[in-house]
Each structure stands twice: as C-alpha cells, then as structure tokens.
Ligand binder design. Structure first.
Ligand code: PMP
Length: 459
C-alpha cells in the first residue's frame, strides 16, 4: 500500500490518542500511560506502523481478518452498496444483502439452525442468544428456568449479559455483574490436569462437573449452557476429545439450550464454516458468530437460532414482541461485506487452504515445547495457537507474553500477549512459507526472552 506521511504527525496523533481516546480493557490507574501502536495501513498478512515498519499480523487483527487486508473486491463492493443504499431500518424493512446473507448463513449452519438474527458484533449476538432463552422459557411458563452455565476463562463479550457469563478475569471485574443467574464450571484445560491423570480421566471429571452442577441447581432452573468450542481469549484452550459431545448430550437430556459461541471458531479458523458440527459433532440450539463473518472489514454479528427454539418462542394466543434489536442490525453495507467475504472464501478455497496449512502451523507450534524449557505448553487447533510460558521463579512471569511480543515486534511480528501467554490467529490466507517465517521470528524471540529470564535466575 502507498505509505504517505501522516498529517498531523505521528507524534501528535499518539499524543491525542493518549489524552483523549479510551481504549478497551485498559487500566483506569494509568489511563494515559499507554503507548498504543499507530497502525497506518495493511495488505495481505502484513501491516505497517506510522514509521513505515512492516509486521506480520500474528493475531489477525483480533482473530478476525480471515481473508487478509486491503482486498480491492471488498472495497468495491462496500463502496457500491454505500452508493446504492447505505442504510435502512431493520425494524420495518429488509434489503437484498441481508436477505441473501440470512439465507446463506442458514445453509452454512448445521441442522435446523435456519433463523438469523443480525447484531452489531459478538457481544450483542451473545446477548440475543441469552435473551432468546429468557423469552422462550417465560413463554413456556417456566420463568425460573433461566440460570446460565458458563465456564472459567470463557470470554463472551462486554455487554452486561455477555460480561456476566464471561469467566475470564471475573473475580477482578469492578462492574456489577449478574450473579444470581450464572454459574461457572471449573477450568477445562487438559494442560492443568493433575500430574499422572490421563486426558480421558480429565474429560470424565469435566463432564462430571456439569452433571454435578445440574444436580445441585436443578435442571428446572437451568436455561442454557454457553460454550466456545475453543476457549480463545482464555488462552486457546482445547477441551479434551469427546468433551463437547458428552456435555451437549447432557444438556439435551435436561432440556437445557446449548449455545455455541463461534465468534472466533467460525468462518474458517478451524477449516470449516462452523466448528460445532464439522469438528465437534454437535448441533447446537443457537450459534453466535461475528468477527470472521466480515473478516473485520465492517462490524457485524449474528445469532443463528434453531427452528425448534423459535417454535417454542411462539404463542399465538398471547402475541408479544421480541423486543431486542439494534439500529445497525442487518446493516446493508456490513451484509455486503459479509457476502463478498464469503464469495472470496469460496472462490479461493480458503477453508481447504486452512486444512492444508494447519499441519505446518501446528507442527511448528508444538515443536516449541521440546525446544524451549520456558514453554510449558504449546497448543491449538486449525490456525489458532497459544504459547503458554512457565517460569515460576521469575518475578515477572505474568509479563512473559508481553516480553515475547516486544521481542517479536523488533523483528517484524505482532503477537497477542495474555499474561504469560502469546496467542496466534493469523489471517487464514497465510502461506506455509509465511507460517515458517512467523515461527522463525517467534523462535528467535523465545531465545532472547529465555536468556533474559535465565539471567534473572528464573529458569
Ligand atoms: N464471544 C467470543 C468467543 C469472543 O472471542 C468475543 C470477542 N473476542 C466476543 C464474543 C465478543 O465479540 P465483540 O467484541 O464483537 O462484541
């Protein structure tokens, strides 16, 4: 892309950012102490900072830039839709892009998930799923069946409801959260199982955790179970094999709605449109999706609802509106972005490509564990990966992700740091050669950080 000097200067922009722009998940104690990277432009898997330095985008934006940056087709389709129809009310009208996209998503989604409620992103998709459960159970005359079971380390978003079912950093939240109607299951990460325990036994224990909570609370009080197929922001936690199917079956047996939060795992991240059925063999009652739906080009989310759920929401004798929705539900320009994104996926065979390069990505990732004592676990699936570092004698253990990010940045790679972890979800168009380049940089960064940790007696 053309790299032109910024006006005002980069320094001024960063100053204005520091003084006036509030960023997500920043510390209230040091609001203006942040030095966020000024990203200037991007193309393919690369982005450039304000000084013209190029980086491989390891996190793919925030798990979302599936088709890569700077696609002319996306720009053209978006511009054409803006000229044709930039907006119309979803409350009373429909549009060609939203109707076509709804039909397309219904075809892609498993089973009888045929009903698409468009939202503004992932959090509002999760909100919509939970409110659908509330609505359904109120309708069915069982208003006490509302408790949501979620999991430690889960991330489901930032609205009041979505935040309330988020397990990650829950104990540190200074917000009011809905505690009455939410229960959390303990960590499912096989890496954290007791020494000597098999993965199968760990799976049994995790399934038993769900059974136990149902027995304690009572199925007649539990409305839904919400789960990411892979807990992504929690550290790319892949539950043990069989876990999803077994927990799904338990939910079915107790008439508990199963909500699969595919905001990260949908749209090709694991080599399929959705992972629930194709990877894990379940047909959820609702799927939430966002991010990769437009490859991050414009905001859009969706809650896809099964026919059998909607049927139970209806009550012809007592018609009531489902009073949920947004000004920007089904935004026609966002829907065009999603349709063009899907077209690019299909034309370029991106799902197939992900399946082909996954062994290279996962192979290089897993090899890190044997090579670096600092790496306690290197896990993932598809083009999702996490390097989980361990240095209990190192005072700044929880900063290891940031240290890795800093060392990678020097060499032109961005990673997503979470405490002692570094997370990867690159654009899905990444080639095998680029994957190698990415891991070459990561390895040299791990060498540097390992030496630093060792020099401070932490290894
Ligand atoms: N669910 C999951 C699994 C997510 O990872 C996220 C975002 N990281 C969300 C929901 C919330 O999506 P959004 O930020 O678009 O509201």
């Amino acid at each position: 892309p053309a790299i032109l000097p910024n006006e005002p200067s980069n320094e001024t922009l960063q100053e204005w950012d520091r003084v006036h722009q509030l960023h997500p998940w920043a510390s209230m104690d040091d609001w203006q102490g942040y030095d966020n990277m000024l990203v200037d432009c991007a193309e393919g898997i690369y982005l450039w900072d304000g000084d013209g330095k190029r980086f491989i985008d390891g996190p793919g934006g925030m798990w979302c830039v599936q088709i890569g940056y700077g696609r002319g087709e996306m720009a053209d389709a978006i511009a054409a839709q803006v000229r044709k129809l930039a907006y119309t009310s979803p409350f009373t009208n429909t549009t060609q892009p939203s109707a076509v996209l709804a039909r397309k998503l219904a075809e892609m989604a498993p089973g009888d998930l045929n009903n698409v409620f468009f939202t503004t992103g992932g959090s509002t998709a999760v909100d919509t799923a939970l409110r659908t459960m509330h609505f359904m159970n109120n309708r069915l005359g069982r208003p006490e069946k509302k408790i949501v079971i979620s999991r430690e380390k889960a991330y489901h978003g930032s609205t009041y409801l979505a935040h309330s079912v988020t397990g990650k950093e829950r104990e540190k939240s200074r917000f009011d959260i809905e505690k009455r109607l939410v229960r959390f299951l303990p960590d499912v990460n096989p890496y954290n199982r007791p020494e000597g325990m098999s993965v199968e036994a760990w799976c049994d224990e995790k399934v038993a955790d769900l059974e136990k909570i149902i027995a304690e609370v009572g199925a007649d009080r539990i409305g839904a179970f919400i789960a990411e197929p892979i807990l992504s922001s929690g550290g790319v936690i892949v539950p043990p094999p069989g876990y999803h199917k077994r927990t799904f079956d338990i939910c079915k047996a107790h008439d508990i709605l199963y909500i699969s939060d595919e905001v990260v795992t949908g749209f090709g991240r694991l080599g399929h449109w959705f992972a629930s059925e194709d990877v894990f063999g379940i047909q959820p009652d609702m799927i939430t999706t966002a991010k990769g739906l437009t490859s991050g080009y414009l905001p859009l989310g969706a809650c896809i609802i099964a026919d059998h759920v909607l049927e139970r929401c209806a009550s012809p004798d007592d018609p009531t509106l489902f009073s949920n929705g947004y000004t920007y539900s089904a935004h026609p320009v966002s829907c065009v972005a999603a349709l063009t994104n899907i077209e690019i996926f299909e034309r370029e065979g991106i799902l197939q490509h992900v399946r082909e390069v996954t062994p290279v990505f996962q192979g290089r990732l897993r090899a890190l564990k044997d090579r670096f004592p600092l790496v306690g676990d290197a896990r993932g699936m598809g083009l999702l990966g996490c390097v989980d570092c361990k240095a209990p004698n190192f005072a700044a253990e929880k900063r290891l992700g940031q240290m890795i990010d800093d060392a990678c940045e020097e060499k032109g790679l961005l990673v997503r740091p979470f405490a002692n972890m570094a997370v990867f979800s690159p654009p899905l168009i990444i080639t095998a050669k680029q994957i190698d380049q990415m891991f070459d940089i990561l390895e040299s960064a791990l060498e540097k950080v390992s030496a630093q940790v060792a020099s401070e007696g932490g290894l």
